[in-house]
Design a protein around this ligand. Structure first.
Ligand SMILES: O=P(O)(O)OC[C@H]1O[C@H](OP(=O)(O)OP(=O)(O)O)[C@H](O)[C@@H]1O
Ligand code: HPA
Length: 177
């Protein structure tokens, strides 16, 4: 596996992301929502660096079941807290095709949120992204399949403390396990 972003770069990137979000909201309370499962490591690090009062919730969205290509997006909001009349910040690990955050933002707006913004650790530089770009981005990365710091391949590698690029032989080996 090739390291793309190491632990210390991640630490700096998350701090910078938190500063940008803080200065944008200027102390106003927000409802910060983790897009599960990929955002769980970023989310834990990010919310502890934000200074405004926060309500904290989670929503589940999944479209990469079983591979490196997006399939049908499934959203499960059973565990989500009330977002009506709240300023919501959706936090996700990666903006790739853009489908997940675009559809989730629309779903949260539909639930009656006053505003919906988005923050991601990674934004892929690739053609054919849909919807508005994320409001807050820590790193722009090349169009390669990455794992670690919450990101998975077949539910593996989320625990790695760095962002790595899986080589084709590792993709095959993981799929065989
Ligand atoms: O911009 P997109 O092309 O929509 O891709 C981004 C989404 O894909 C991943 O989720 P995934 O569906 O793999 O579920 P997971 O979070 O449970 O890993 C990732 O965590 C983002 O939510
Ligand atoms: O590059 C990726 N890695 C892991 N999960 C993802 N979901 C969208 N893109 C990616």
């Amino acid at each position: 596996m090739r390291t793309l972003i190491d632990e210390s770069q991640l630490d700096d990137g998350v701090s910078k992301l938190a500063k940008e979000i803080d200065s944008n909201y200027g102390g106003r309370p927000i409802t910060v929502v983790a897009v599960m499962t990929g955002s769980l490591v970023l989310f834990a690090d990010l919310i502890r660096r934000l200074s405004m009062p926060q309500r904290v919730g989670v929503i589940h969205a999944s479209s990469y079941r079983g591979g490196t290509q997006a399939g049908k997006l499934e959203i499960d909001s059973k565990m989500l807290i009330d977002v009506q009349n709240r300023d919501v910040l959706l936090v996700d690990d990666i903006y790739d095709t853009g489908a997940t955050l675009t559809k989730l933002s629309a779903a949260i707006a539909e639930m009656g949120a006053s505003s919906v913004s988005t923050a991601v650790l990674l934004k892929k530089l690739r053609p054919k992204q849909i919807g508005p770009k994320p409001d807050f981005v820590a790193f722009e990365i090349p169009d390669e399949f990455v794992v670690g710091y919450g990101l998975d391949y077949l539910d593996m590698y989320r625990n790695l403390p760095f962002i790595g690029v899986l080589e084709p032989d590792e993709i095959e080996a993981t799929a065989r396990q």
